[in-house]
Design a protein around this ligand. Structure first.
Ligand code: P6P
Length: 354
């Protein structure tokens, strides 16, 4: 929002903000703007259901399992169908990739195929829903690059640095939508009384270094030596460098990421170096790691798989996994140094597995 004084909080809706950003792109058709607004609408609808899930018979499992082999929570299903039904007939999207569907969803007649490809985690962290822990929707938007009239897989399988926009909606003590189109990172809090996302966190910048680390210590026996040495280093007392860091782990990526985005810190979901089938970690590249990497980079942070920028990784399949180390720039870079020092011989485990 260069050159514009930030409007008073509580009056600036996300729609007005998105339209203002569109003015910076005179060639914009308005479709991209409307697509972001469609996602905001989906977030409002999902928020309504998440916030009353305990009252309505919508908690609990559907009895099905998704492509990840994870049990599908009813709210997962609801969130997935809500977003898909808003986007698939909007005429703005040519193909959709979502955690809940094993295959990409191409927009076919009678619906018009648009110029954008959207990857989604409709309700990330959903295993926490019945414990009333914050969960979130994560989205990533690419421009259509395939030549034909309809969407193709290649429209989804693009590098993170080709994203046009990325963001998330966090359903927590309040519902917030945080997004970036590459022009800063901006946070909007839902005011249910007016049904609007109102600007609450203009131009979010992540501190260069934090004092919190987020990792599932239960997996520590499966970490590489580099990760093990790095986490051990964070626990050493050295007040000048702000160590020991505090450990904060919610087990919901959007929640752990959001806290670190606002206050600084590092989140890690490393590879499992003891199981050749898990050397790419748990989190998915297209609809978890890449959108978070886009957001954090535009807030002054960094995201890595331990040796390269997440945004430079070529996606080859929709549900491709990647190790993820994301957060304050200096913290992530410091972690990479430990990996370079201790793990060089192991970083090619994937290649050796062939
Ligand atoms: P673990 C939730 O299932 C999720 O995909 C992310 O939201 C979260 O960061 C991670 O998995 C938690 O995984 O193995 O620590 O429970």
């Amino acid at each position: 929002m260069e050159g514009k004084s930030v409007p008073p909080k509580g009056t600036w809706t996300i729609e007005r903000h998105i339209m203002l950003q569109e003015k910076a792109h005179p060639d914009a058709s308005g479709d991209f703007t409307q697509l972001l607004m469609d996602i905001a609408l989906a977030g409002k609808i999902i928020s309504r259901e998440v916030n009353k899930a305990g009252l309505v018979e919508i908690l609990g499992l559907t009895g099905e399992t998704n492509v990840q082999g994870e049990q599908v929570q009813k709210l997962d299903d609801y969130a997935n169908h809500t977003i898909l039904s808003i986007l698939d007939r909007s005429g703005r999207v040519c193909i959709l990739g979502t955690e809940e569907n094993s295959e990409p969803i191409r927009i076919l007649p009678p619906y018009e195929a648009g110029n954008y490809a959207v990857s989604l985690d409709p309700l990330d962290g959903s295993s926490n829903i019945d414990a009333n822990v914050s969960v979130g929707t994560i989205f990533s938007i690419h421009r259509k690059v395939s030549k034909g009239p309809r969407g193709e897989d290649e429209d989804l399988l693009q590098k993170g640095n080709k994203q046009l926009a990325a963001g998330y909606i966090i359903y927590g003590s309040s519902t917030m939508m945080v997004y970036s189109t590459g022009n800063g990172v901006h946070g909007f809090t839902l005011d249910p009384s007016v049904g609007e996302f109102l600007l609450s966190h203009p131009d979010i910048r992540i501190p260069k270094r934090g004092s919190v680390y987020s990792v599932n210590e239960g997996n520590s026996l499966f970490w590489s030596k580099g990760i093990t040495e790095y986490i051990h280093y964070l626990k050493q007392r050295d007040e000048q460098s702000g160590r020991p860091y505090s450990s904060r782990y919610i087990g919901s990526l959007v929640s752990d990421f959001h806290r670190n985005l606002l206050h600084g810190g590092i989140f890690l979901y490393p590879a499992d170096f003891k199981d050749p089938n898990k050397t790419q970690g748990k989190l998915r590249l297209l609809y978890e790691a890449a959108p978070m990497a886009f957001i954090v980079e535009h807030a002054g942070g960094y995201a890595s798989d331990g040796r390269q920028n997440i945004l430079d990784i070529e996606a080859t399949e929709l549900h491709q996994r990647t190790p993820l180390i994301v957060g304050s720039y200096e913290d992530v870079k410091e972690c990479e140094k430990f990996i370079a020092e201790y793990d060089n011989d192991k970083l090619d485990v994937k290649e050796k597995k062939k």
